[in-house]
Design a protein around this ligand. Structure first.
Ligand SMILES: C[S@@+](CC[C@H](N)C(=O)[O-])C[C@H]1O[C@@H](n2cnc3c(N)ncnc32)[C@H](O)[C@@H]1O
Length: 249
């Protein structure tokens, strides 16, 4: 099944070209993920890692709420643009392939990414990305992927993908993600908890009057709203894996 998934942009050079066009505009967007993470995952005092970070918009927002933030992307253009944009002093931007992370085991408290696994049509590569992320995670790893249970959102992407390569991405079904996580934990010989949440899809807390609330209030409202509404209307599925360091299988 995975070999049939068409991915539109899949090399560092191609991503360099995309980021040369979109970096500034994307950076100015609302850091919805950052706001939600600070409220839902208590980031203060943590070392964070964002994979496939691109513009680094979410990490830039998170830096004041964390001990350190590391952005990784294989697009040297994006990482150079991020370093040149006067990021907070505790944010570093590194050009690196997420399939081969140059960090020691359990180097980060919280690791995350959004829209990153959706760039991989090959299950073997996604499994390798899972293993590498798990290896460097001390407390919790999160993967936010395009929600294959949201039929309307998926159809919109499929229509746009006919003419725009940016929309040629992979959507994941909830069961597929759960299987991936359980297989990944088993392969690593690690016990841990696996949960699925939804992210996005109801965004009133960031728009209109909502946008006037402080970021902390917007993040808390998002955490509440995402918990209450069904998974099938979420924009992204959030795979949350919490390895138990004391329990090997
Ligand atoms: C859809 S974009 C994610 C954008 C980012 N989350 C943001 O909000 O700006 C996917 C990103 O993954 C990066 N990427 C793709 N394959 C990669 C790999 N093997 N290692 C590191 N980064 C990769 C791309 O360069 C691109 O910036």
């Amino acid at each position: 099944m995975s070999s049939k998934i068409r991915i539109g942009i899949d090399t560092p050079d191609a991503w360099d070209a995309e980021w040369a066009r979109w970096f500034e505009r994307y950076s100015r967007g609302i850091p919805r993920l950052g706001m939600w993470l600070t409220r839902a995952y208590a980031t203060s005092g943590c070392d964070l890692l964002e994979l496939g970070a691109g513009s680094g918009r979410e990490s830039r927002f998170l830096a004041p709420y964390a001990r350190s933030v590391t952005c990784v992307d294989f697009s040297a253009g994006a990482m150079e643009a991020l370093r040149a944009s006067s990021p907070p002093p505790n944010l570093r931007a590194l050009t690196m392939d997420a399939l081969h992370l140059e960090f020691p085991d359990r180097a980060f408290d919280l690791t995350f990414h959004k829209g990153f696994w959706s760039c991989f049509g090959d299950d073997v590569q996604v499994a390798r990305l899972f293993s590498e992320q798990l290896r460097v995670t001390r407390r919790t790893m999160l993967a936010l992927v395009h929600n294959g249970a949201n039929a309307a959102f998926h159809a919109m992407f499929q229509a746009k993908a006919e003419t725009d390569k940016l929309y040629q991405v992979r959507f994941f079904k909830p069961d597929e993600l759960l299987e991936l996580a359980h297989e990944g934990l088993a392969k690593a010989g690690v016990r841990g908890s696996v949960r699925l949440h939804g992210f996005g899809g109801v965004d009133w807390m960031h728009q209109g009057l909502g946008a006037r609330f402080p970021a902390s209030v917007q993040g808390s409202l998002a955490a509440l709203a995402y918990r209450l509404r069904p998974l099938r209307v979420a924009e992204s599925l959030v795979l949350e894996v919490t390895p138990d360091p004391h329990k090997k299988k």
